[in-house]
Design a protein around this ligand. Structure first.
Ligand SMILES: O=C(O)c1[nH]c(=O)[nH]c(=O)c1Cl
Length: 310
């Protein structure tokens, strides 16, 4: 059974990696993903130009069927993650995630990466829901087109975007129309479902401190939305734009479902947070078992082959 996939000429020897933000804040965490058997790649915590503390107070909580977070983009700054990825980029194809708070910050960071020795893939995060006062960029279609226009006026290395979930067929059409106009290597869908609210039944309070308890949802609970976004974008995007499926992966069947909906790579967030990097080997083994049951030897035999009903 081969679990290979490729994006922008990079060959991945298996389809799994971490979701940006999970297990990827420090070199120590990143090393654990890099060395984890079953992880084909890694992505760094979304970087801003300078180091950030992020939001104050309790900012992550487990809930039934998933997690809620309002981290607020805590990160060690672009140079830290650029150093890490340049150091390790010959070991596996790597993703560097960036999330500027302004268009100017995104463009400045991309100029730095363009001029650096990093030759891996950049994931431009247009979907952070947790910076107070900042909207999720990719819900603003005009701004998204404007940013991509400026990015591709100078950036020539492989680049993809991390998208928020969309919930309206018209919005799938609109974002795909924009993305198809650009030489994107991939899209990663979905980011957390923004601004959910969880109540602690013991205390009648919210469970995280920032923003009055509103935070991004991840885990099992988001799987149907994640699969819908993977499927809808696969149906609409040019085939050259690959898809990283993220959201709701807890077992091999979830990985299989993301691929069936069209994903080329599959990333794991909430479950990785709770289980640790050993999850990658488990997920790969479970995926291989499902493929064996179905007589598949390669992902190409079922990628994107979700059937509709007559
Ligand atoms: O609060 C965060 O740091 C965060 N949290 C998320 O769930 N998605 C993101 O893209 C980011 Cl940047």
């Amino acid at each position: 059974t081969t679990l290979t996939a490729s994006i922008a000429g990079f060959d991945f020897d298996n389809v799994l990696l971490n979701a940006a933000g999970v297990y990827c804040q420090t070199a120590s965490e990143l090393d654990q993903i890099l060395e984890a058997s079953g992880a084909g790649s890694l992505v760094t915590k979304s970087a801003t130009p300078a180091e950030r503390d992020g939001n104050a107070g309790v900012r992550f909580a487990e809930m039934p069927l998933g997690s809620i977070n309002s981290m607020g983009l805590p990160n060690l700054g672009l140079d830290y993650y650029l150093d890490y990825t340049i150091t390790h980029q010959d070991e596996k194809p790597l993703f560097l995630s960036i999330a500027g708070l302004t268009k100017a910050d995104n463009l400045a960071m991309l100029r730095d990466v363009q001029d650096s020795d990093f030759n891996g893939l950049v994931e431009l995060n247009l979907s952070c829901p947790n910076v107070p006062g900042k909207p999720q960029t990719a819900y603003d279609f005009d701004t998204t087109r404007e940013i991509l226009n400026e990015v591709f006026s100078f950036y020539t290395k492989p680049l993809g975007v991390k998208l928020p979930p969309y919930f309206d067929i018209a919005h799938f059409d609109m974002i795909a129309e924009i993305l198809n106009d650009f030489p994107l290597a991939f899209v990663n869908t979905i980011n957390s479902i923004g601004n959910g609210l969880v109540v602690d039944p013991e205390t009648d309070t919210v469970v995280i401190a920032p923003k009055g308890g509103f935070g991004g949802l991840g885990g099992e609970i988001v799987k149907p939305t994640a699969l819908a976004n993977v499927r809808a974008l696969r149906q609409r995007l040019r085939p050259e734009i690959k898809i990283i499926g993220t959201g709701g992966v807890t077992n091999g069947r979830d990985v299989y479902d993301h691929i069936l909906c069209g994903a080329d790579l599959v990333s794991v967030g909430t479950s990785l947070y709770f289980e640790g990097p050993a999850i990658f080997e488990r997920l790969n083994n479970e995926l291989i078992a499902i493929m064996a049951e179905k007589g598949y030897n390669h992902l190409d035999e079922f990628r994107g082959r979700l059937q509709t009903l007559a």
